[in-house]
Design a protein around this ligand. Structure first.
Ligand code: KG4
Ligand code: ZN
Length: 358
């Protein structure tokens, strides 16, 4: 079964074709980073307009890349939530229209759950230049989901049989990277900027406290972000009411690198320790990391060093937002639930993972 996936939940317009949930036939991603950079973050209206401009050419490009035509496509899938409402609408209206015109079943899928399914893509057509893991993960599977909007530990007993162990109470991990990057004057998107600056910094220069929470699998990152802000204000001899946008000009490159490295170390240690705790309690056969922050090389390194299990990592381009994961999830969804009605599929900007396949 070949599924054409469409993803437009935030600032990437993406279309991919995946066979049987596991074989990548094409993967096209157009990022809006350059457009939003000057604003220091994603501007929702601008994001939606940019999706409109490129969605049709990207669908055509994905078909061309796979050397397939519409008659070879068995179904269409699209992210229905969570995400920015205007952005989600462009993808879903496109998918719904194509589903009616081309007479293909339609599957609306959950974006964050989709991130996990990027790890099941282990084969590709010969023409694609992408390094995939050799083996698919096994069940029970522990997934650490770390993106711009989510930090969650989820235990999977089967493809769509899962339990949310815990999630963030406040900021998501990617959001914390983005906010700390702003404090340090590093460009958007903050995650890759922090990770790059951290390469030249000393991760043990500053120590930041870990949030103490009753549920060992819950996360909290807003305290860490504030701790970095207070330490930097103290560093430049200013009080806590000193405006954060005036901080970067008072820091030199070495200071910025040390703060980036120390923050990254603290944030990643928390992720890895919680994953280790869940690994010990639930004894999964595989562990995966999913979402944009899974592209962080220090996270990959610390996971590898800390967990007593071999971890396969999805390639960077399938960690950040893409449509291959949306097409993969839709395949496994199609084995379990009916397709959606293209005349009624709604976008759900705040859709929880617990309602992913209702
Ligand atoms: O999954 P994603 O592409 O979009 C969402 O669904 O949110 O994740 C985006 C997040 C952003 O916060 C970005 O700063 C972060 O992933 N990110 C990273 C890295 N690459 C992207 N964070 C840390 N290190 C990276 N290398
Ligand atoms: Zn995402």
């Amino acid at each position: 079964m070949r599924i054409l996936g469409i993803e437009t939940s935030c600032d990437e317009t993406a279309v991919a074709i995946v066979e049987n949930g596991t074989k990548l036939l094409s993967n096209v991603v157009v990022s809006q980073i350059d457009i939003h950079k000057e604003f220091g973050g994603v501007v929702p209206e601008v994001a939606a307009r940019s999706h409109i401009e490129v969605i049709i050419p990207i669908i055509e490009k994905a078909l061309k890349e796979s050397m397939l035509s519409w008659s070879d496509i068995d179904a269409i899938s699209v992210t229905k939530g969570p995400g920015l409402v205007g952005s989600l609408l462009i993808g879903s209206l496109t998918a719904r229209t194509l589903s009616v015109i081309k007479k293909k079943p339609l599957y609306g899928v959950h974006h964050v759950l989709g991130h996990v399914f990027a790890n099941f893509i282990t084969r590709k057509s010969d023409t694609l230049d992408i390094n995939l893991p050799a083996d698919a993960p096994q069940f029970p599977l522990l997934a650490l989901i770390v993106s711009g909007g989510h930090s969650q530990l989820v235990l999977f007993k089967g493809f769509l049989d899962f339990e949310l162990l815990g999630q963030t109470r406040d900021d998501a991990i990617g959001e914390a990277f983005d906010k700390v990057a702003k404090i340090l004057g590093l460009p958007y998107p903050g995650g890759p900027s922090i990770s790059k600056a951290a390469e030249k910094g000393d991760p043990s220069k500053y120590t930041f406290p870990d949030a103490k929470l009753d549920n060992p699998y819950e996360f909290s990152f807003s305290g860490l972000k504030t701790a970095v802000l207070r330490r930097v204000q103290q560093h430049i001899g200013e009080s806590p009411d000193y405006p954060s946008h005036m901080i970067p000009e008072r820091l030199n490159e070495a200071d910025i690198a040390d703060y980036a490295a120390s923050f990254q170390e603290a944030a990643i240690k928390t992720l890895v320790n919680k994953t280790l705790g869940a690994y010990r309690e639930f004894k999964p056969r595989s562990v995966v990391i999913a979402g944009g922050v899974a592209a962080n090389s220090r996270l990959r390194e610390m996971m590898r060093q800390t967990l007593p299990i071999t971890i396969e990592y999805a390639p960077m381009e399938l960690c950040t937002d893409n449509a291959a994961m949306i097409a993969s999830l839709a395949y496994f969804q199609s084995l379990k639930v009916d397709s959606d009605d293209p005349f009624y599929l709604k976008v759900q900007p705040s859709l929880s993972i617990n309602q992913a396949i209702l």
